[in-house]
Design a protein around this ligand. Sequence first.
Ligand SMILES: Cc1cc2nc3c(=O)[nH]c(=O)nc-3n(C[C@H](O)[C@H](O)[C@H](O)COP(=O)(O)OP(=O)(O)OC[C@H]3O[C@@H](n4cnc5c(N)ncnc54)[C@H](O)[C@@H]3O)c2cc1C
Length: 489
Amino acid sequence: MKKKQIWIIAILIILVLVSIPVLHILKTKWSETDSKSEIPKGYTNDASQLNLTKVDTIVKVPENQADIVKQLQEILKYAREQNLKISIAGAQHSMGGHTIYPNGILLNMLPYNHMELDKENNILTIGSGALWQDAIEYLDQNGKSISVMQAFSSFSVGGSISVNGHGWQKDSPPISSSVISFTLMNDKGQILTCSRNENPELFKLVLGGYGLFGIILDVKLKVVDNKALKYKYFRLSPENYVSYYKKLISDNPKVNLVFGRLKIANQEFLEEATINFFEEVNENPLPIKKQNEKNEEVKRLVFRSSVRSEYGKRLRWDLEYGMNKATQHNIFSRNELLNDHVSLIENKDPNSTDLLQEYFIPEKDFNQYLKDIKPILLQSKLDLLNITIRAVNKDEDTFMNYARQDVFGFVFLFNQKKTEKEETEMKVLTNKLVDAAIKNNGTFYLPYRLHIGKEKMRKVYPQADEFFKFKKKYDSDELFQNQFYKHYK
Ligand SMILES: Cc1cc2nc3c(=O)[nH]c(=O)nc-3n(C[C@H](O)[C@H](O)[C@H](O)COP(=O)(O)OP(=O)(O)OC[C@H]3O[C@@H](n4cnc5c(N)ncnc54)[C@H](O)[C@@H]3O)c2cc1C
């Protein structure tokens, strides 16, 4: 063969190799319809897209501190007169109807989003309807940052403290640890201040209390300094995760943010992991820029192209590994990193939905837990899209605590068709995963699908009976209700 022909063949091979992944990602783009399931008037739904429910009224609360108290007191009176129940909604990213009660009054808290910063004492006073993304932008202008929050910024403060979320901030218990105090409107329309000293019983119950004890209004949160952070990552075998975590993260005072990932492509399923971490550097953090929308869309498409595709899953792992290499040692601001929106993983297929599950496992049981979940996940026909790992320190503040010692949180994201068959399969899978967590002294997270029976829930949350007794103590007419309460009480 002539030299020229060899060159042409080589170029053709390179073109084919490059075009396969590009075509795979474009196929995902072309197959998306962008026709979101509309919610009919008078109905509501949550992030699961599986809880379409008719409600009596949806009330958008006022923005104004002076008006909100009066309006909510009138709503409580009306609800009692009409014998209606009240559910409370933030951004509705919980997935089991935690914000919904059939034919009830739904309070949309999002307009109530004022913010004031006490810069000297690092305290942010914020309306419970504010989203983290708004708080981050506000704090950024003042050189401050949220102390503890989830991995996305699309959630409300009230919803986040009511599930007591956790994040990827190093050495951090859940969000409750950063709450100094809050005001609560109780079932009688009175405003109570709750803190570790004032109404301490209610403080413990409301944080992680799923909107069952009243309406949270104003929250005082501890904030921290915004920092410039340098990205690093380490690729390793999952059975060495705990020991490397100690070496790379626990013993390294510079680490500020950290998360782990497990490989979920069938080839080498759960046989590779990465630890991704961000070290503080001695530079001034740059102000957050508007995200580059084109890059965000490419990232989203790479993620979506892994749905129901082994090739896509491998491609995503390799591409992200390549991107890690490229961005290794790049500098980010803490606020920039915390400000990811859930649209980064948005599912535009109206026939399927993405569902989360989370399990919290003590360090000593980490490796056995991994061994136990592997066959369960491999046997399941449901499409696993992601597993991230986060360390969560012991929670000393809430009654319904899930982190009763230092734990590792395993966050699973699945894609499920909106069919009865896959709903049943998900129920079976969830129960198996909960059993694996129980066997390994772990707990499961409560804001997701309600696939666990009352008895099994009490194995993990032995404090549940007492929690629901307290609910009746503070709300004897059970005015505040939702599907979570109906299911587990
Ligand atoms: C894509 C995705 C990623 C996620 N990642 C994480 C994560 O990294 N870490 C984590 O811990 N969780 C995570 N979650 C779960 C998330 O933290 C919870 O669903 C949280 O509740 C979302 O906040 P929200 O504003 O949507 O709350 P909602 O779903 O609106 O409400 C949650 C609960 O809070 C109650 N509530 C809301 N506002 C008030 C109020 N003002 N007063 C009293 N009660 C109120 C509601 O009644 C409900 O019971 C994730 C969820 C999704 C969908």
